[in-house]
Structures are given as structure tokens and as C-alpha cells.
Design a binder for this molecule. Structure first.
Ligand SMILES: CC(C)(COP(=O)(O)OP(=O)(O)OC[C@H]1O[C@@H](n2cnc3c(N)ncnc32)[C@H](O)[C@@H]1OP(=O)(O)O)[C@@H](O)C(=O)NCCC(=O)NCCS
Length: 147
């Protein structure tokens, strides 16, 4: 399996993976990724695809966000979304994408990466609850354990 930054002409194959993973009714995720790509938050080296035999089987994106600290805005990474084609889930592809995305994020000036996700999945892969670090949820709709 190869993990590398997504290519400019891979938006459609990435959208197929997103829709397969999140469900065809979740076009909002495809729209989110498109909006991020078109924004100043986009970092191509942090938008990664996993390929097997040349086919895209997974995708992860870390974009630039901000934490509003008492004296300034701090740039941070925001990891979203992470997806693996359903017929390839449970093989470690998501874990590998996550590890590579975090290794790439280490090369930035960002002090941390935040996400909203399943505490069991991300907790087993090095993430901790953000409120332990004094970070407030960006929305009350995000359950505290998921941030
Ligand atoms: C979540 C996801 C990216 C994991 O990718 P993956 O390649 O299947 O994950 P891995 O093979 O590296 O790890 C498998 C583990 O993830 C667990 N897992 C898979 N989906 C999970 C979920 N939604 N919640 C909690 N755990 C999950 C499996 O039970 C397995 O657990 P184990 O390590 O204790 O056996 C993939 O299942 C997916 O695309 N899901 C749909 C989209 C989604 O929910 N994305 C995450 C939100 S940003």
C-alpha cells in the first residue's frame, strides 16, 4: 500500500471513497472536502490518499484551523475527514493514514491537531480529550468525549 498526497485530478475518486465510507446521502462530506480544497486552510501535503494496486482505497485530510487563545489566534491542524472504502475497512488502512497524517503535521508549526471522532478509535491511536488541555468545543453539538 502506498500513501501519498492526493493529486489535483483525484477529486472524483476521492469523492467515491467518501460516499462509499460515509454513505451516499452524506454529500455534505464531499462538499466539505471540496470547500476545504478551495480555501486557504488546504494543505496538499496533508490531504493524503492510500492506494492499493493503483486504486484509491482511503483518504484523510488535515487542514489549517485556529484556536482562539487568550492573547492570539493559534494555527492548529484539523483532521477531517478520514475514510476507508467499506470493503477494505479493518485492515489497518485508517490507522496508517492517521499515522502518516500526524507525521506530516509534525513538520508544520502547528502545536496540535484536533478532530471530532469516535473516542475509542482515536483514543487507541494517541488522541486525548481536548478538554484535558483546556480546549473548548467549537460547538455544543460535539459531545465532549468526541472532541
Ligand atoms: C473509521 C475508519 C476510517 C477506520 O478505518 P479502518 O481502515 O477500517 O481502520 P483500521 O483497520 O485502521 O482499524 C480498525 C479498527 O477501527 C474500529 N472502527 C472502525 N470504525 C469505527 C468507528 N466508527 N468507531 C469506532 N471504531 C471503529 C474497528 O472496530 C477496529 O477496531 P480494533 O482496532 O479495536 O480492532 C473507517 O471505518 C471508515 O471509513 N468509516 C466510515 C467513515 C468514518 O466514520 N470516518 C471517521 C469519522 S472522521
Amino acid at each position: 500500500m502506498e500513501i501519498r498526497p492526493e493529486a489535483a485530478d483525484e477529486a472524483d475518486v476521492v469523492a467515491d471513497v467518501l460516499l462509499a465510507a460515509f454513505g451516499a446521502e452524506e454529500r455534505v462530506v464531499v462538499d466539505l472536502v471540496a470547500a476545504l480544497r478551495a480555501s486557504s486552510a488546504y494543505r496538499r501535503e496533508l490531504a493524503l490518499v492510500a492506494l492499493d494496486a493503483g486504486a484509491v482505497v482511503g483518504h484523510v485530510m488535515v487542514s489549517r484551523g485556529w484556536v482562539d487563545s487568550p492573547d492570539r489566534l493559534v494555527e492548529v491542524g484539523v483532521l477531517s475527514p478520514l475514510s476507508v472504502r467499506p470493503d477494505r475497512q479493518g485492515e489497518g488502512i485508517g490507522t496508517a493514514l492517521l499515522a502518516r497524517a500526524l507525521a506530516e503535521a509534525q513538520q508544520t508549526s502547528w502545536p496540535l491537531v484536533v478532530l471530532e471522532g469516535a473516542p475509542r478509535y482515536y483514543g487507541a491511536r494517541g488522541f486525548e480529550r481536548a478538554d484535558r488541555f483546556g480546549l473548548l468545543r467549537p460547538s455544543p453539538r460535539i459531545p465532549a468525549p468526541a472532541f
